[in-house]
Design a protein around this ligand. Structure first.
Ligand SMILES: C[S@@+](CC[C@H](N)C(=O)[O-])C[C@H]1O[C@@H](n2cnc3c(N)ncnc32)[C@H](O)[C@@H]1O
Length: 267
């Protein structure tokens, strides 16, 4: 390094040394294409409007339905609190609505450990692109207990709604989502909810070289207050350390905290 600085000085003087330092500092910064998160926007719509030209915008695209399917279909450490809660609640649960359940990824993962097949109807609500692909896969694999809805209002009344890794991606307030349901589920398990202590911010998450997807980091207090408005009491709460993220372009916002909640409908 010293010899490179010396060469820069001999060839271009102090300006050369400064240029070398800038180039070197740059090589340590994440390159735009390597960054998972880009930008800090005031709303989902603003983030969506800022998707890079040439990339798909948002989750509802046939080209990205298979992305991460295998990985999401396994039990990760972030799933353990959900698995433990399901094990406890299953005796009183006959129908689970898995909102943002992809092609039944968590159903596939959890049926390895829980007796789901003969005891529970597992209904996934997801984007139309995922639902189309998920239905085909479920038929091919003979997964009779797994079914899909495109419109959450068409889901049957569920005993439990699971939202695992969904909330950062939905384009409507969570209150509106719950109010579309035919009936409020008595049990709510929310996992991998991106939160922060400051105002809600939306960034763009990069999916390889294919897409950018708005990713919402919610104000924690507002979110907890909203559960109360919906008449849910939080029974258990946990942190998911591996889903904490800093937006490289906005480090002043600090790291997000990913949380999980188990809440019960007040009777
Ligand atoms: C990170 S994946 C989570 C998959 C799975 N629940 C898990 O925990 O592994 C996020 C899911 O949310 C779904 N999603 C995103 N936006 C959505 C929307 N507006 N309506 C329904 N589902 C949506 C995506 O299609 C995807 O399946």
């Amino acid at each position: 390094m010293l010899s490179k600085l010396r060469t820069a000085f001999v060839r271009h003087g102090l300006l050369g040394v400064a240029m070398h330092a800038v180039r070197r500092a740059h090589s340590f910064l994440p390159r735009a294409e390597d960054q998972r998160f880009r930008g800090a926007f005031g709303s989902y719509q603003e983030a969506m409007a800022s998707v890079r030209p040439g990339l798909l915008a948002g989750y509802d695209n046939d080209a990205i339905v298979d992305m991460s399917f295998e990985e999401l279909s396994t039990i990760r450490s972030s799933d353990v609190p959900v698995l433990v809660l399901l094990e406890r609640l299953l005796p009183n649960v006959k129908c689970i609505l898995d909102a943002g359940g992809h092609m039944g990824t968590k159903y596939r993962a959890f049926r390895e450990r829980l007796d789901l097949d003969n005891k529970v109807r597992w209904i996934v609500w997801d984007t139309p692109a995922i639902v189309r692909a998920g239905r085909k896969r479920a038929v091919t694999e003979g997964l009779a207990a797994l079914s899909f809805v495109e419109d959450i209002a068409e889901a049957p009344p569920a005993d439990l709604m699971l939202c695992s890794g969904l909330l950062q991606y939905i384009d409507i307030p969570f209150v509106d989502l719950v109010r579309q349901l035919p009936a409020k589920p008595p049990h709510l398990i929310l996992n991998k909810v991106a939160t922060r202590d400051g105002p809600t911010v939306v960034t763009l998450e990069r999916f390889g070289d294919k897409a950018e997807v708005p990713y919402q980091i919610r104000n924690r207090e507002e979110f907890v207050g909203m559960l109360d408005t919906l008449a849910y009491d939080i029974v258990e709460e946990w942190v998911v350390p591996e889903f904490s993220h800093v937006i490289p372009e906005a480090p002043q916002l600090g790291a997000s905290t990913s949380r999980g909640y188990y809440a019960k409908l007040r009777s």
